[in-house]
Ligand binder design. Sequence first.
Ligand code: B12
Ligand code: SF4
Length: 604
Amino acid sequence: MELPPRNAGDQTLTAGELTDVRARLRRLAPKHDLTTVIACSFDHRTRILPFVFADVRMVPAGVRAVAAAMLDSGFEKTRIVLQHWNRNFDPSRMQLEGRTPDLFLISAMRLHHEPFLQLLRGVCRIPPDRRPLVIVGGPQAIYEPWTVFPDACTGDLVVTGEEYVLLATLERLLENRADGEPLRKTFQRVRDTGGLDDIPGLVYSRSDTPDGPPEELIDTGIQRLVYDLNEQAFPAPAYRVLEAPSNLPTLSSRPLDISRVRRYSPISSLVMTLGCKFSCPYCPIPAYNQRMYRVKSGRRIAEEIVSLRREFGIHFYFGADDNFFNDPAKTFDICDALVRTEIDGKPLRKCARIGTEVTVHDTLKMDEKGYLELARRAGFRALWIGVEDMTGQLVKKGQTPDKTARAFQRLREHGIAPMPMMMHHDEQPLLTPGKPVGLLNQVHLLQRAGASSLQVLMITPSPGSKLFERTYTSGMVFDSAGGRKLKPYMMEGVHVCASLHPQPWRKQLNILLAYAWFYNPLRVFRALRPGNRLGGIDAGVQALGMWGLVKTVRRLAGWTIRLMIGKIRRRRTPPRSRLPMRAPDGTKAAHALDGTPIAKTNAK
Ligand code: B12
Ligand code: SF4
């Protein structure tokens, strides 16, 4: 199920609303002296190709945006903890400024669910009267908010939206907080009198006893989106409040020294644009963005890069874009501003190397307009391109073998490395001699066209997408293979976990073979041939790819054997909420999947 749209005309915040709520909170903050810990969950078992390097070397933009918003709203006592770097972090032992924090925020992705539960269990060990208010957000919360209420140990509140929803909620709580009252208590009081019901983008639980097990979930609806991304807080301050990597369960007295930020996060994510005009049935992004394309101005992006480069020395940037070339005129504005920016007398492109995601179709459109040269001068050095299946058998978004090859060649001519992202599926064979249909045929074509890296994922159910429920009801999704249960961390797209192929192990081997075909010592030599303008990138990516392949084969060997000789059990129902869900007025909850139990008690 895709997230439902809000009514036309009521999809966005009014201009200035995000800026204004921060200004109002800045006035409220000094009276409340809140301490906040923001944790990001991460399962280290997901460390395989093709994400094996960037996954832990880039502070995720979600936690960073939330921390930046808190800091900018006057809540200076804030710390970010990444399970990526602090695997033993135990919230039951966290102390910030000598006390248990008032707020414990968690950002979670679906595949990191198990470490997320660890965080939840940790904070639940704090006695209820001293426990911080626990708020969960991020992709898992957006599409599957009920997962935050797995049993008696739960989060308090889910934000199914962006930073504005959190800030509006905090404002409401602080306006109603009695002197010295624990924030969690204020939350319970305001929640129980319906005081949060008019803030779209929240899910909370209702129970008959205070701190008793949840009995139903109340969903206040789909968030309103901030349209002008320039309203977001600047990211740099968030890098000043990172917990330093360690094996300790506790927090240190000071955050990571800023001189060491670049060492641990050599790549910085950049929010430049959000949304995409395509409508791939396995992708939740267009519906999440209410079919809108949101952008930051080029000038603002340039300011962010300048400050990150100056303060932390960060050289590499990765755009959190869904399709950066979605609207050539807007891309032009951004690139043009970056071209005109200097950092300490040098053009920005000499100090910042930028990568992001685009499509084949839009790359060719940019080329027709002559904008690829501009993108290179703006600092773009690598583009991850959603090629999926080149023949368009799986999804059609204007890609064909010829167009893909042309797009790749044009990018290379301009000194930009093409990084294809492919999607393998049941109908795609491994090899089709003479035809560009098989997976290896396509990988070979991409190599010849100049691909610098390779990503091959198997189609996997993606919450919030059109195909999500059908993938389950059709019996495609495995429950277990050879007695081994399918766990969330295995749903990264590399483990084959959804297939109707009579021999799904073949699909698994196909993916590994495609990587081995692409990442091998022979290709390192080819990358270093004289005259290859992108030889450095090509060779570096090959080295990382070979290292990642060894890790990937080790992790996948057991699963492949189970798929080969074990019995495969399948699921027939999607993972829905076990708790009844409803909107505050008793109507259907916006985030509930069809078939979710309906609350017995209707509106309060
Ligand atoms: C960049 C990116 C990556 C990078 C991440 C590197 C890093 N360390 O940051 C890389 C390339 C490594 C990556 C890999 C994968 N990714 Co990815 N990725 C993205 C992408 C394009 C941008 C993420 C981002 O930075 N967004 C910008 C920030 C600001 O947005 P945000 O994270 O949503 O945060 C906002 C809100 O969610 C909210 N929020 C977030 N946290 C919290 C916490 C609290 C308390 C509150 C109140 C609010 C809140 O406020 C934030 C500010 O507005 C998104 C798509 C998208 N457009 O979001 C997918 C996305 C996050 N990836 C996704 C997936 C599935 C993957 C992979 C499994 C690969 C795959 N099969 O597609 C792997 C997993 C790798 C791993 N081991 O973790 C999914 C997650 C789906 C889910 N339900 O969990 C997404 C959403 C794409 C999709 N399918 O829709 N990815
Ligand atoms: S092109 Fe990419 S971002 Fe756009 S809908 Fe398709 S998969 Fe999603």
